[in-house]
Design a protein around this ligand. Structure first.
Ligand code: MG
Ligand code: MG
Length: 257
């Protein structure tokens, strides 16, 4: 199903988007060497509850995961790239951390993910991965707008990743957002321009390029949720929720500077 927001719902989308951005930036600033992934999860829980928002994750039980997720944020470290289930792990110097958060407020969902390296050791390969996903996300956002097709966004993301030297996995990608987290249309991270659903004002989309350094193959962790690169190589993921407007797009989950 594809939901189109009423103009009156846009302020709510802005509000939940700002909340998700604020929580992610707060968690990033606190993600120091020695911080446990379970601490990050608890901080996310308290900030979500304090804002009167609802977690999209805690009861989430899709076909691709094992039972209810049971946590408030995805914490994917190093070779983990998507759906990282928080566990008892203390962040080490040089770890590449991806945080993915979706919450609902006032009946509207926002979904965003950030990747960053923690500590004094900043491996060039990790920084290149992060930059590539951020550039691909920016390219997808730059092309989006009313009348544009989903394939145009997929193409912009995919060519940016390919030009940076990465291969794209098509099992998971972006998606529509609205009253629930995962809606149609699916937005592959590679595709042909001019194909697919034509964007309309009021549509909320989550664009989310993610890559693995030397493979496009995923393996599922023993926890039944966390997806890792099949080779153990490092990975990165960047995501924003955007709203299609009458003359372009507005990024809902942009952090304040
Ligand atoms: Mg997400
Ligand atoms: Mg998403």
């Amino acid at each position: 199903m594809i939901e189109i927001l009423e103009p009156s719902q846009l302020p709510r989308a802005r509000e939940v988007g700002a909340l998700v951005a604020e929580i992610l930036q707060s968690l990033k600033s606190r993600s120091a060497v020695g911080v446990n992934l379970l601490d990050i999860d608890r901080w996310a829980e308290s900030m979500i509850k304090e804002a009167g928002a609802l977690s999209c994750y805690v009861d989430y039980a899709p076909s691709f995961g094992r039972g209810p997720f049971g946590h408030y944020i995805c914490t994917s470290v190093n070779d983990a790239v998507l759906h990282g289930l928080p566990f008892d792990y203390a962040i080490a110097d040089g770890d590449l951390v991806s945080l993915d958060l979706a919450v609902s407020l006032g009946g509207v969902v926002a979904d965003s993910a950030i990747s960053f390296v923690v500590g004094d050791t900043q491996p060039a390969e990790s920084l290149a991965l992060i930059t590539a996903t951020e550039r691909a996300l920016a390219a997808g956002i730059a092309v989006a707008g009313p009348g544009v097709r989903i394939g145009d966004i997929s193409h912009a993301i995919g060519t940016t990743l390919a030009e940076a030297g990465y291969t794209v996995n098509t099992e998971f990608g972006g998606h529509g957002v609205g009253s629930t987290m995962h809606q149609d249309p699916h937005i592959s991270n590679t595709g042909r321009p001019g194909r697919g659903y034509k964007l309309r004002p009021g549509l909320l989309l989550a664009l989310e390029p993610w890559i693995m350094a030397d493979t496009d193959k995923l393996v599922t962790d023993a926890d039944g949720w966390t997806l890792r690169s099949a080779t153990g190589s490092r990975t990165a993921h960047s995501e924003h929720t955007i709203a299609v407007t009458s003359d372009g797009v507005e990024i809902m989950t942009l952090p304040e500077v």
